[in-house]
Write a protein that binds this ligand. Sequence first.
Ligand code: PLP
Length: 402
Amino acid sequence: MTDIERRLEELEARGLYRRLRVIGGPQGPRVELDGQSVLLLCSNNYLGLADHPRVREAAAEAALRWGVGAGASRLVSGTMTIHGALERALAEFERTEACLLFGSGYLANVGVLSALAGPDSTVFSDALNHASIIDGTRLARAEKFVYQHCDPDHLAWGMGRVPSRPAVIVTDSVFSMDGDVAPLAQIVELARRHPAGARVVVDEAHATGALGPGGRGAVAEAGLEGEVDVVVGTLGKALGSYGAYACCEATMARYLVNSARPVIFSTAPPPPAVGGALAALELVLEQPGRVARLRANADLLRDELSREGFQTAGSSTQIIPLVVGEPDLAMRVCEAALGLGVFAQAIRPPTVPSGTSRLRLAVMASHSADELRDAARALGRAALQAGFRPGAGMPVAAAQAA
Ligand SMILES: *Cc1c(COP(=O)(O)O)cnc(C)c1O
């Protein structure tokens, strides 16, 4: 047995082995999964724009007009007028001076953090921040202080210990696996008071198109536009495409062009993805009802799930976690739900902390109320079939042993 085979077996033994599931066709409210039609309840296509006819047509038109690939990095010959058009539209949407596109949200966080922090500074990072933020902090070779999840007191304590070190505070605004919202106003206030200066980076990956006036995000919802140094967003979730952006002041954008390694050393975003995102952004602005629909659907599913006895932790958004506990039990609930026609992928460590494996439900604006009601009932049945008592907060077996 090779060392690679051994590592794979180890993962399987711990219930952590992952395999790719294949969807036939676009990301709609229902999809074909391994030949079976199921309700899709774990896609980040929140506003139903990835499969929207106007977005598809815009991507196809961009391919015809600009070609498929950008051919080079932005600083060499890859910057096309279509990149500028999307950057201007996003800056206007986020009400910032400037915007810089990245290849993906992962690359945006890696690029922004490694550009802003360094060995002489400290990065203050929420315990449940996305992996790309963790990796960006590593690339920056900065000192790191991980504060307890959404805990401004712990953050203040940590900052107080290093008053003379420049700081970067970074947080998801909507947490990707929990659906709760960061205390942004308190974070901005703490940054203002830090003696050596502190910059704030907010990752709006799951908030763009979902929270705030017109879907402008959690920063806008908190009334903090202009108060955050860099707002990172992705084009891959509510905006239905691929790629990402950093919105900031013009000077900051110029600095990122000169220092963010994923911008310098990676090919510019492909024109069809950029054209698709432009059309998606237009739709968000033209049809604010989509954002309202997403929120109403999320409220409805949360209500229906609590009727089934599920606790949905601190979720107040379209991301709704059903925490099960152990990884193999989460997998069993997931498989049982699939058997009942609902696809809600099980999420296990290291994506979530050990002992908190879960089904991470993601609602879309394109789901119907009936679909969501039926899904809640199916999930309740699936949990029981798999031996998990909803609301118990732990597996039936563990509860009995206690
Ligand atoms: C998905 C996600 C990213 C990565 O964005 P991609 O465009 O998919 O690479 C970054 N941050 C958070 C919080 C995310 O959930």
